[in-house]
Design a protein around this ligand. Structure first.
Ligand code: FAD
Length: 477
């Protein structure tokens, strides 16, 4: 009798243990994706992630079709829809890979219980992470509280399994239950169509993810340790949205990097640094498993009474990349145009929002959630808390990035700023991160009228820094 594969954050055919298990059983197969915007507590995807999901499902459906397997699209609460489709199909077995998040896990348990009560076999696997949440323990038990101790403990527990190949043969069911179409899922914008920048920046899907990894291994990984902080260079992988939607597994990435390092094809220092970043992702997910409310509640309760400012005008200027600080504005415009921002700049813009403007990190987390193609319930929330200072193993509260010196250090020629803030393009490099210090002649020559063609700084760095330090003192009482 047929089997049903329920796809979620694992939109790939290779290194997919749920698919591999069903393929081995050689029963006719149907695949299902449920757009679940109804289950309590499951956070609806933001706009950019919805766009990505549409592209990714299109690619997955085509890959499955090539192998004769139909992808059924359904909408509704998963604990109703999955058993319904399993019943229509007469499935003896339903398989899926685990996903993160407390609400999602509750849904999955409810689905599994219902299927089991209907005498169906349920298979589930961990495929989104290198280490299942809860499996990395410190010497005294429990999840290690700092990244470095987590990383050390994880490396000790690590087994380097070989990633599974995509199954060679699959048998699709001949008459799958009816489903919706991608168009009826309504994931992509139409009026207005704001996704042009995303379309030109990205190709979603498993083949594109593998191609991205290969390109990064060829040109990018060597030099990563130094270059990863430079938004003006191409030294990061941009694999994050592919990982977010499971078009590639962390095990596939790790395995490729380890092999290259062992073969001497890339310097060990770069491979190790890159692997450590993958472990930051693991750390965030393990944290989310311990703290389901990670996107709303301060990890450090000292922050619960923090005097955040309500200032919609300043928040809007930040959204639009009109703060008057070129590196901050370039980052926020890169985000708006392409659905992604370089990590160094994410840190700078997050620090600017929470420290220079004293706006609650949750407002920034919400904006990122809506605009990032890699918006991720674990990484986004944990990173915002880390920058704000309320997180586990957080950046110390007195670390307040200076957006000018960050720009001078990490975008020394102003190439990144020139790309995303073209109205400053004609300023010479020594002035591009601080246009307000340019004399009238230089500004006129560059075609800039401060306050008209480009804003003056929203706040003075020194004064904002002092104000933030006073406010952050309150968390230490
Ligand atoms: P690379 O440098 O090539 O790293 C490879 C992979 O390692 C990434 O794809 C990612 O999965 C992981 N990784 C790298 N850095 C981090 C990190 N600091 N924390 C956790 N995982 C990391 N990442 C997301 O995937 N989704 C988010 O929603 C997200 N929100 C963030 C919000 C803020 C305020 C900050 C400071 C960081 C956030 N990050 C988030 C982490 C990081 O910025 C991105 O993972 C990274 O920029 C993605 O680009 P990349 O794939 O080229 O990274």
């Amino acid at each position: 009798s047929p089997s049903l594969l329920w796809f979620r954050d694992d939109l790939r055919l290779s290194d997919n243990p749920a698919l591999a298990a069903l393929a081995e059983a050689r029963t006719p197969l149907a695949a299902l994706y449920v757009l679940d915007e109804d289950s309590p507590g499951v956070r609806p995807l933001g706009g950019a992630a919805r766009w990505w999901l549409a592209q990714s499902l299109r690619a997955l459906a085509a890959d499955l079709k090539d192998r004769g397997v139909p992808l059924i699209l359904r909408r509704g609460p998963a604990n109703r829809v999955v058993p319904e489709v399993a019943a229509l199909l007469g499935a003896a077995t339903v398989a899926f890979n685990d996903r993160a998040g407390a609400a999602e896990t509750r849904v999955d348990h409810a689905v599994a219980a219902r299927l089991l009560s209907e005498d169906r076999r349920v298979l589930s696997f961990c495929a989104h992470l290198l280490h299942p949440p809860g499996s990395v323990e410190g010497a005294s038990g429990g999840m290690p509280r700092t990244f470095s101790s987590f990383h050390r403990a994880a490396l000790k527990a690590r087994r380097l399994d070989t990633p599974l190949p995509a199954p060679k043969h699959l048998d699709g069911v001949a008459h799958p239950p009816e489903g919706e179409t991608l168009e009826s899922f309504d994931l992509e914008p139409t009026h207005p169509d704001w996704a042009g920048g995303l379309r030109s920046a990205w190709t979603a899907g498993e083949a594109a993810a593998q191609a991205r990894l290969a390109a990064f291994m060829d040109a990018g990984l060597a030099g990563y340790a130094e270059g990863r902080d430079r938004p003006d260079l191409n030294h990061v992988s941009r694999l994050s949205p592919h990982l977010r939607f499971g078009e590639i597994s962390p095990r596939q990435i790790l395995s490729a990097v380890r092999h290259a390092a062992e073969a001497g094809a890339v310097p060990l220092v770069d491979a190790d640094k890159f692997e450590a970043e993958l472990y930051w992702r693991e750390f965030s997910y393990h944290l989310l498993a311990e703290m389901p409310d990670l996107a709303r509640s301060n990890i450090q309760h000292g922050f619960d009474a923090f005097p955040w400012r309500e200032c919609p005008g300043e928040l809007k200027a930040w959204h639009k990349g009109l703060t008057g600080y070129p590196l901050v504005d370039a980052g926020l415009r890169q985000l708006w145009q392409t659905g992604w921002m370089h990590n160094r700049v994410r840190m700078v813009v997050a620090s600017f929002l929470t420290k220079h403007l004293l706006i609650d990190w949750r407002s920034g987390e919400d904006w990122f959630w809506d605009t990032l193609v890699d918006a991720d319930g674990a990484n986004n929330a944990a990173s915002w808390q880390w920058v704000a200072g309320s997180g586990l193993d957080a950046a110390p509260y007195f670390r307040i990035f200076n957006p000018v010196t960050q720009g001078e250090k990490f975008d020394p020629d102003g190439t990144y700023v020139r790309t995303f803030v073209p109205e400053l393009g004609k300023l010479p490099a020594p002035l591009i991160h601080k246009p307000w210090t340019a004399d009238a002649h230089t500004l006129a020559h560059a075609g800039i009228r401060l306050g008209h063609t480009y804003p003056r700084p929203l706040v003075d760095h020194g004064a904002a820094r002092e104000r933030a330090l006073r406010a952050f003192e309150s968390t230490r009482k």
